[in-house]
Ligand binder design. Sequence first.
Ligand SMILES: *Cc1c(COP(=O)(O)O)cnc(C)c1O
Length: 461
Amino acid sequence: MNHAISNLQKRDLNHIWHPCSQMKDYENFPPIVIKSGKGIYLYDENGKEYIDAVSSWWVNLFGHANKQISTCLANQAFQLEHVIFANFTHEPAILLAEKLAKITPDGLTKVFFADNGSSAVEIALKMSFQYHQQKNKPNKRRFLAFTDAYHGETLGALSVGGVDLYSSIYQPLLLDTLRAQGPDCFRCPFNQNPTNCDTPCISSVEKILKKHHSEIAAVIIEPLIQAAAGMKMYPPSYLKQLRKLCTKYDVHFIADEVAVGFGRTGTMFACEQAEIMPDFMCLSKGITGGYMPLSVVLTTNEVYDAFYDDYESNKAFLHSHSYTGNPLACRIALEVLKIFKEGQYIEKIKQKSTYMKELASNIYNNHPNIGEYRQTGMVGAIELVKDKETKEPFSSEERIGYKIYQIALEKGLLLRPLGNVLYFMPPYVIETDEIEKMILTASESINEFFASYNDKGGKLI
Ligand SMILES: *Cc1c(COP(=O)(O)O)cnc(C)c1O
């Protein structure tokens, strides 16, 4: 923490404006210069090793500098790096679309390409809106979203997001979104047990749909985990209920699986656990195993057909991005699916996540400042609380998570927090002994922080 600033760090700060950062924080804590990666590890310019417990913003699946994927990337680069995707196509995109249509819920048959998660969300919103316009339902022009939802940072995506930290200043620019109370199992207002819950909280959505369905084009939700809000988890039965309501009220169901897709929740896609088919599914992050920006929106023939007409009808979907359907990214995404299958990773994720959950629950659940340890698939979250009984949170000004993050970094663990929530979302190649090391190092960091915090009578260190 008190290391002298390196030459590269100094030059970084001369010109680079980092994402999701108060740049002034870097005065005391400059960005760490990463030189290389291998498996679950990152290595900085001084050779210090870090376990990447957050999969580099939830994108990495099979480790850094993965030999198989890197070779595949190089081969594709020597064959075709990019081509315009309107009026042209290429085999990697065709194969990928075929595979995605096959492994996602039945009925999702059409694939639209983009290059990041926010764009995928924009596309789903625009398609849903335009669908209703072209189906002579011009009043269906609003979206229903959830408190604590996160769907990305572009204006349309922010409009359906519910994390004030990211969106409040932009309110005057945003769409007029309807907002339902999201499921909150940790602080459940209905005192339900999440393992055996009949989701009374769905009534918040139902009320809005009943009253406003004629104005609503689509509902958008993060299936099973509201990730950016602090890995808030809820049961599949909620999604089942929501699907029924959407069908009943003629409202599209947009499943934003940007974070949870590709095995994170223990199944290839989170929607599988609820046995539902959304009208739109947004995928990105893990799609290329953390190698290249790529996203897709999958939808149904029903939606597709509403845009399919003679040119003069002006019904086409004219959205495009320069790097749409990039061949390097598509080729890698195919390799990622191959690794899933050949390495039997869905099975491996089940085993590894069971081990992780047992160990972490034992270590964390009795800690006086941990409200709960929760886990879905390969996503584990530690909810820090001021008071275990009342679940009173620490105030955000205390930046408890951020302080623990700094301690953990010193110990070689990258554990970037979401407010009062520390989480594990490691690459799937993590081994049992590494899971143990990750969990124990996080525990030591938490204990070290609270020992000092409590010594000072609950003051910041
Ligand atoms: C990260 C994320 C996005 C945005 O994806 P970007 O590639 O960062 O634009 C959208 N939705 C969810 C659920 C996400 O976690």
